[in-house]
Write a protein that binds this ligand. Structure first.
Ligand code: ADP
Ligand code: MG
Length: 616
């Protein structure tokens, strides 16, 4: 038999590499913007159409390329940023692998226009699926402009699995935040379908955070600034009282590069220990400067994972620096800060001569075609609510419904049929009810002690009502005496615009009112809303944090987010008659046992169990 191994043609090799580097439109934005940064641009303009599915255009005023370089740039492993393995230990640029352009050109229609200041004319190159269609001189301004169209045209599986525009746009916005935050000296303009989403002028770090996330964030930010021989840490942490129920904005950057770092994340979270109200998350924006020789960026093609040689010491430094900043602003008891200003670094400083060669790290679980893996979409992916139980409970529930009623209380728990709960509901009428820790409602029922989670119960009640409203299309809106305006950051503005029609059908009367501003004239008649703008903000927060692959349809997702945002919070004292209402309304629901997102609302401790605990 003849030999069977052959080298893959470049176009195929590039397409394979593209699977790792370019997962979605946002990856193209990231790579091209990073190239613009590396080219020394002071101004970057990003134009996106249809969440990147139709067009991604990035224009910079950086150094530009010569005609030969412009052509070379699309070759695999072609880079101007490193030339030897040693250079890997002093990387100051965002790119160095020389893969991005080759990958993008393998799976899209790419047009490049570029000109150096010293050249009279520029170069135009048109490449489709790794094939150069034209290369010709062109009159253009200094700098570089890439237009990417028809992304994944030859990778149907990828194209098919692109998510809804809202989701893809969300990922693009995350990528832009990741490059805009650490580079406040660079001006960014970002347009989606010709509407301006970000206009970020040259400024300082603090103002950049405010420009990106809205001016409300300003009051919550406390400065962190710590210089040590190992690492310099600068940035901001949010005061605990501004911590939010859902994921805050949490960002780490190392040498200007966004990174995900669960270990360092814990250092920050521990610094907040005992300061945060339960189930809330603080925001943080921490920029670290570190000797490039002490880190390995080359862990993953997307470079969002970084290995630190002295990660334990840095953990301590981050922890101490954050705690000190919180302390200086009187949010931590001062006793912790007797040694203010002198952070002890619990490591011996190694000499530079014993630097070890960074090993190549392989993540054996990494699968570029697995759409569910955490993507470089910011810290947010790590805090998605767990929905793994959803399918599970539905199965149980379905099973339980078809089974006959079970008299034995021991068999209740998860297997209990809806009817038994309904019976329980009847039996407590007129009996005593009690609220525990302003969180649970306790009431005796025939079979034992029933415990209801008050917030989840209310979510269920509201959700079913909202769904009724959506179905019946007879919407009642309560007009506000004093319409409220609400100013949002560009990402939230986009989100609100997307779900606006669903909110209208739920009874909101919200209209756009200038750039990033909305006016709330009315709220759903079903809700007793004292501050509509807070409800809308909470609603957006809930919606953002709902899993991308939700089993619910978009409308239901909006109803669910609204239910979660407007349900009574834990910690709310309930009057006996309010408790009665909740119990009545809950058991009038079609599915009283589980919250709309599949969490248990009701449990019963059987009398037998109570009796057993008194045996001795
Ligand atoms: P890398 O960034 O890892 O070097 P890329 O494939 O992203 O690899 O880019 C290849 C090369 O093309 C870069 O090294 C750089 O020389 C050149 N290049 C890419 N984009 C630009 C740009 N916007 N301005 C100037 N040169 C660029
Ligand atoms: Mg690059």
């Amino acid at each position: 038999m003849s030999d069977i191994i052959q080298l893959l043609p470049d176009s195929v090799a590039n397409q394979i590499a593209a699977g790792e580097v370019i997962q979605r439109p946002a990856s193209v934005v990231k790579e091209l913007v990073e190239n613009a940064l590396d080219a020394g641009a002071s101004e970057i303009v990003i134009h996106i159409k249809d969440a990147g599915k139709t067009l991604i255009q990035i224009t910079d005023n950086g150094c530009g390329m010569s005609p030969t370089d412009a052509r070379m740039a699309f070759e695999r492993h072609a880079t101007s940023k490193i030339s030897s393995a040693n250079d890997l230990f002093c990387i100051r640029t965002m790119g160095f692998r020389g893969e991005a352009l080759a990958s993008i050109a393998a799976i899209a229609d790419v047009e490049l226009k570029t000109k150096r200041t010293e050249d009279e004319v520029g170069t135009l190159i048109h490449i489709i699926g790794s094939e150069v269609k034209t290369q010709e001189p062109v009159a253009c301004s200094n700098g570089t402009s890439f237009s990417v169209k028809n992304l994944f045209f030859n990778v149907p599986a990828r194209r098919k699995f692109l998510k809804a525009n809202t989701t893809e746009l969300k990922h693009i916005i995350y990528e832009i935040q990741h490059v805009a935050l650490p580079n406040p000296e660079i001006k960014f303009s970002f347009f989606h379908n010709n509407a301006s989403l970000y206009e970020l002028p040259k400024t300082n770090h603090r103002k950049r955070v405010i420009d990106v996330f809205g001016k409300n964030i300003n009051q919550s930010l406390v400065t962190v600034d710590e210089d040590t021989s190992l690492v310099n840490i600068y940035g901001f942490v949010g005061q605990p009282k501004f911590a939010r129920k859902t994921m805050g904005e949490q960002f780490f950057f190392a040498n200007g590069r966004y990174m995900r770092h669960p270990y360092f994340h814990r250092a920050v979270m521990q610094a907040y220990e005992k300061l945060l109200p339960p189930d809330t998350f603080p925001s943080y924006f921490l920029f670290m400067e570190i000797n490039p020789a002490d880190i390995d960026i080359n862990v993953h093609p997307t470079k969002t994972e970084i290995k630190f040689e002295n990660d334990r010491a840095i953990w301590q430094i981050i922890h101490a620096a954050v705690r000190e900043s919180l302390g200086k602003h009187n949010v931590v008891p001062s006793i912790d800060f007797d040694q203010s200003g002198s952070i002890e670094i619990p490591v011996s400083q190694k000499g530079r001569e014993d630097i070890s060669f960074p090993g190549i790290q392989i993540n054996p679980d990494y699968n570029p075609f697995n759409e569910n893996k955490p993507v470089s979409a910011g810290g947010s992916s790590s805090f998605k609510p767990d929905r793994s139980n959803v399918k599970h409970w539905e199965d149980l529930y379905e099973g339980a419904r078809t089974e006959g009623e079970e008299e034995s209380v021991q068999q209740m728990g998860m297997k209990t049929s809806e009817d038994l709960y309904a019976q329980s509901a009847e039996q407590f009428v007129g009996k005593r009810v009690l609220q525990l820790k302003q969180k649970y409602i306790l009431t005796p029922v025939k079979s034992g002690l029933m415990i209801i989670d008050q917030k989840r119960a209310h979510e269920r009640i509201l959700f079913e009502r909202f769904m009724e409203v959506l179905k019946s299309e007879s919407v009642a809106s309560q007009q506000q005496l004093f319409p409220q305006t609400i100013e949002l950051n560009p990402a939230d503005t986009e989100l609100l615009k997307n779900i606006l029609s669903d909110l209208l059908s739920l009874g909101f009367d919200i209209r756009e009112f200038g750039k990033n501003t909305f006016i709330i004239n009315g709220t759903p008649g079903l809700l007793d809303v004292s501050s509509p703008e807070v409800i809308v903000e909470k609603l957006l927060e809930e919606y953002k944090n709902s899993p991308v692959d939700a089993r619910l349809k978009a409308k239901e997702q909006v109803a669910l987010s609204l239910a979660k945002a407007s349900a009574i919070e834990y910690g709310t004292e309930l009057k006996p008659e309010e408790i009665d209402h909740i119990i009545d309304d809950l058991f009038a629901c079609s599915t009283p046992i589980f919250s709309p997102d599949g969490k248990k609302i009701v449990t019963i401790i059987p009398t037998e169990d109570i009796e057993k605990s008194f045996i001795k």
